[in-house]
Design a binder for this molecule. Sequence first.
Ligand SMILES: [Zn+2]
Ligand SMILES: [Zn+2]
Length: 284
Amino acid sequence: MLLGAHVSISGGFVEAAKAGKYIGCEAIQIFSRSPRTLRRTKPIAPEEVQAFWDGLKKARIVGTATHGNYLINLSATAARMRKLARTAFVEELERAQILGIPYVIFHPGAHMGKGEAWGLRQITESVDWAMARADAPNVSPLLENTAGQGSTLGGTWEQLREIIEASRFTDRLGVCIDTCHALAAGYDFLSPDRYDGFMGHVEAVLGTRRVRAFHLNDSKQGIGSHADRHEHIGKGEIGIDPFRWLVNDPRFAASLGIIETAGPNRVFKKSLKLLKSLREPAAT
Ligand SMILES: [Zn+2]
Ligand SMILES: [Zn+2]
């Protein structure tokens, strides 16, 4: 697994690469624009892209992903809001394409009381709408599993499958598993047997080959809490061992493993060092 962290773009894309280097990242996740507004933002200049990639190369960072704007709800109930979300999603895909980043990780959406079936259908339609319009042929959207809080969709593998299989772009869609969200949604992977059962379930419903990224977050709350509360790795309800099994799982050797816990870069650096120390030499 390519290990790394979510880094800030507040000083520009080149600063994100520098932060990744400082932390020791092999992979980084960034926002491609301010996550606080859906308004269109200024285009990315070619020089910025060049400086970003020069920085990544210097840091030997090979894995990249963007995280979609949190305000995008692809199953918003009001048609006007849905259109706004879809347009913003097009922009997410196109900015990733311009930046040379292959993945846009996004939260599927929330049905706001209109029901699961309705919401899942809207998400597929929105994703298809955006993918048909975006000039982003090299970008794969990755659906992130959620804690299943409130009317939020995507808390189960079956819901993610329903969105993906109904899409016209099935083959281009992948999945990002957030370990904190999975635990909060009710999945137990805290013993070796239960880890195997958990991955068997992912394999049966989605196919582990679809899992291109992980968010490696510990959880402040226990199994089935439906609360999205990230905790530093090893300090929460997940503990160290499940992260050890994950980073050594050969099925995910090419997947990104991103730490998202809030905190200054030196805390990321410490957490990443811990994750890397869990690696075992490959069995021969
Ligand atoms: Zn997320
Ligand atoms: Zn996440």
